[in-house]
Write a protein that binds this ligand. Structure first.
Ligand SMILES: [Zn+2]
Length: 123
């Protein structure tokens, strides 16, 4: 598995958290473990949906379009710039990078803030 992927978490019906990753099993495992999800989950297929408890649904799928630049939550590597998809009123979404051909710097992955994982610039 090496395609960019995402882990989506739905909880209590409305909360929606998205963790993108580079597609490597190791990054997927690191993110899931950081979320407290271990064991049997790792023997599943590449893409799957699990329901660890009644309020939480977790889906691993291929990466959706996004309107912002994306880094891997597992290793911090830059994955891709925001998609330039057409906006309903005309114009384009897209990143605000100076050069959208150039990869951006990696970020420090797996920084835990209030139970959520975040990416931080390296200091
Ligand atoms: Zn990664």
């Amino acid at each position: 598995m090496s395609d960019f992927s995402q882990i989506e978490i739905y909880s209590d019906g409305s909360t929606h958290t998205l963790y993108e990753f580079c597609g490597f099993d190791d990054c997927r495992r690191k993110i899931l473990e950081a979320l407290g999800l271990t064991g049997k989950l790792f023997s599943r297929d590449v893409f799957w949906t699990a329901t660890p408890d009644t309020n939480v649904r977790l889906t691993v799928s291929s990466l959706d379009d996004s309107d912002r630049c994306v880094w891997c939550y597992g290793c911090g590597d830059f994955l891709r710039h925001a998609n330039a998809s057409p906006e309903p009123g005309g114009g384009f979404f897209g990143c605000e990078c100076e050069d959208s051909e150039e990869d951006r710097e990696p970020l420090e992955p797996m920084v835990e803030v209030n139970g959520r994982l975040e990416l931080r610039p390296f200091r």
